[in-house]
Design a protein around this ligand. Structure first.
Ligand SMILES: Nc1ccn([C@@H]2O[C@H](COP(=O)(O)OP(=O)(O)OP(=O)(O)O)[C@@H](O)[C@H]2O)c(=O)n1
Ligand SMILES: C[C@](O)(CO)[C@H](O)COP(=O)(O)O
Length: 372
């Protein structure tokens, strides 16, 4: 029994007001179409996923889902489904899903496929919670109505017959075509997570449905103070008679923050990404290390929300430079300055920092990430 999932993603998303067609727009940091693609591709009963895109949307799909199998759709949703069906020839069961419904659960797929044991098709539905009236204000019995979602599951021969023999005009879903061709379609329990993203406000509502987790991690670094070096701390050049030495600009503060940010996603440390053996990083401005770490968090749909830095040194005094450091770190992380804490302490003349041999920095970074 071969089961192919079609994701129809060939629309223009005109009602969404999104700059990109909505199916490729980021939702919690991930292109919308990638959310349901991941669920379908991971489902044990689904053998293949084919994405139906619009002509000219190839580059957007490649960026969203590198290597995903795709075909080109048509002007109407049913034309896009038809193109997908041609590509899925030979399948026994077909699932048809809107890319515009990102949050698909495996449980819905299970319910739909189970219903195909006894029916030609199956659709997920939800009751209507609001009072309904017609245009003239006449009440409509909501108890008799259901809202229809996707995916919709079909026995492939029944679906092919329905599309082939369809005489009607625009069909808003495939189940109505199968019913018109005499097929039986089961209604299974839908899912409020499956709401379609159609209008601008739906993006915010969808983002709010993504479960987020908060993570914190620490970073620590030390560099030696030497004559003849510039002193960079927190991305700010500080006038001092000595500076920190290292392979890069030796900004111990940005290095500690970078390690803290990398720690929140268990992505190793600064040396993993920028090895001291690599000549490209000789004298490098450390802001780029922090920007890279921020980018890795954002690629996972997360964002850095707070940073707390403590510098340990006898001199220079950090107080006069605190505001400038806060501003630069905030800029690098895309934060407001009230989300960047810069503190300093001496070590009471004890140890290497107390003797002025070096500066140590310790940082804690907090991020918000979509929960796995
Ligand atoms: N010619 C079309 C039209 C729509 N769709 C897909 O069908 C799903 C449901 O359509 P809808 O939400 O109406 O999307 P759009 O047609 O893109 O939206 P709009 O009408 O606002 O342009 C979406 O995943 C959309 O990409 C499609 O594959 N081919
Ligand atoms: C298929 C569908 O998602 C079922 O509710 C819906 O009809 C498609 O939306 P459209 O706006 O009519 O394309």
């Amino acid at each position: 029994m071969t089961t192919v999932a079609l994701i129809v993603a060939a629309g223009k998303g005109e009602r969404s007001g999104s700059a990109l067609p909505k199916q490729f727009a980021p939702l919690a940091g991930r292109p919308m179409v990638a959310w349901s693609h991941a669920t379908l591709a991971a489902h044990s009963a689904v053998d293949e996923v084919i994405v139906v895109i619009g002509a000219g949307q190839e580059a957007m799909l490649a960026a969203a889902l590198p290597g995903a199998r795709h075909v080109t759709g048509g002007a109407r949703r049913q034309d896009s489904v038809r193109a997908g069906l041609d590509a899925a020839a030979g399948a026994d069961r077909i699932l048809i899903h809107d890319a515009a419904r990102p949050f698909l659960s495996p449980a819905v797929i299970d319910r739909l496929l189970a219903a195909l044991d006894t029916h030609d098709g199956a659709v997920p539905v939800l009751p209507v919670p609001d009072t309904l009236v017609s245009q003239d204000g006449t009440p409509v019995d909501r108890a008799a109505l259901r809202r229809v979602q996707t995916p919709q599951a079909f026995r492939a021969p029944a679906l092919a017959r329905a599309h082939g023999g369809w005489q009607g005009g625009e069909a808003t879903d495939d189940a109505q075509m199968v019913r018109a061709a005499g097929g039986s379609v089961a209604l299974v329990e839908g899912d409020t997570m499956l709401e379609k993203v159609t209008y601008p406000a739906d993006f915010a509502a969808a983002e709010a449905r993504v479960a987020m987790e908060t993570r914190s991690a620490s970073g620590f670094d030390v560099h030696r103070l030497e004559d003849g070096e510039e002193l960079w701390l927190g991305g700010v050049r500080i006038p001092h008679h000595r500076g920190l030495s290292g392979h890069s600009d030796a900004d111990v503060a940005l290095h500690a923050i970078t390690d803290a940010v990398l720690g929140t996603i268990a992505a190793g440390d600064i040396g993993t990404h920028f090895p001291p053996s690599d000549p490209r990083w000789r004298g490098a401005e450390s802001g780029q290390f922090l920007s890279h770490a921020r980018g890795l968090v954002e690629a996972k749909g997360g964002r850095v929300t707070f940073v707390d830095l403590t510098l340990m040194c006898e001199a220079p005094k950090i107080g006069p430079h605190r505001t400038a450091m806060q501003a630069r770190i905030a800029e690098l992380l895309g934060l407001t300055t009230d989300r960047v804490s810069v503190k300093a302490t001496t070590t009471e003349k004890l140890g290497f920092t107390g003797r002025g041999e070096g500066i140590a920095a310790q940082a804690v970074a907090t991020v918000r990430l979509p929960a796995a």
